[in-house]
Write a protein that binds this ligand. Sequence first.
Ligand code: UT7
Length: 332
Amino acid sequence: MRRKITAAITAVGGFVPEDRLTNFDLEKMVDTNDEWIRSRTGIEERRILKGKGLATSDMVVPAVKQLCEKRGISPEEIDCLIVGTVTPDMVFPATANIAADKLGAKNAFGFDVSAACSGFLYSLTLGASFIESGRYKKVVVCGADKMSAIVDYTDRATCIIFGDGAAAVLLEPNEEGLGVQDSILKSDGSGCQFLHMKAGGSLRPASNETVANKEHFIYQEGQAVFKFAVKGMADVSAELLEKNKLTGEDIAWLVPHQANLRIIDATANRMGLPKEKVMINIQKYGNTTAATIPLCLWEWEKQLKKGDNIVLAAFGGGFTWGATLLKWAYNS
Ligand code: UT7
């Protein structure tokens, strides 16, 4: 009898730009201070992609290259590249297509997934389905955002939060039952009013007026989003544990979206997880939107052990949110 195929992560690659934007730099740009930012968000600095002509795909490329090197494969072996992003290089074509071309991933088809901070989880679930179906053997799932492209650096309520980065995982078939076990994804379009970009889409195409009104930047009602995020991320993570008959004790790691340290703490508490089991790098990178979760996996890769139960959880614009249960597939 053929064994069930699961989608295992078999390599991780990541990229963060060199340039750092610290809280002290922001103090010089807007009316804020290091103490406020650290105590309200947990962030100390973020990375910013600087340089003419550099876009989100230029972070996807080094992340995927690194993953290929680690796994010892050529980009030509990739069947599919999925990029979760809300800061695509262009409205179209997809950043995945542009990145695949730069990578020489000639045999891959690709597309972008627009699910804001849940972009990686949505993409991972899709990628895993492609592997589970038996149709594809090597699917790369990437979370990448150049948030600095859509941040208003005169708005102290948003410019302190976001940063740039990208990270990617390779999914391959597994017959030992390792990899993606389960996923609960949710969305609620009524959340659009609290977190969106007003112009640049078909509703309000770019015009002198939209530029003058600063409508091409992130609009966020922070307090409202905060309340939904705390509840949404904690509820869905608890639901995932319950559905899989697990408790916090069965979980080796929680990998939460890095939007605000207080949201992360609330989710960990709800799952009954101590701080030591929670991946946190928000202090270094801020909120890199779709990239936060894979960037954590990238940083913690060496500490992960084959068979570890890992919960990934996110909440973001849309609203979109969800949680995924993984069984880690290798020791580094
Ligand atoms: O990843 C996508 C989803 N996004 C999120 O999950 C973000 C969720 N929201 C948040 O993380 C938080 O709401 C923020 C970090 C954005 C803001 O923190 P907050 O604790 O909700 O602050 P607030 O907006 O309630 O503002 C509190 C006070 C206000 O002053 P008053 O009215 O109390 O006098 C603000 O004007 O802090 C003031 N304030 C600031 N002060 C110094 C707002 N921004 C700043 C700032 N520096 N940068």
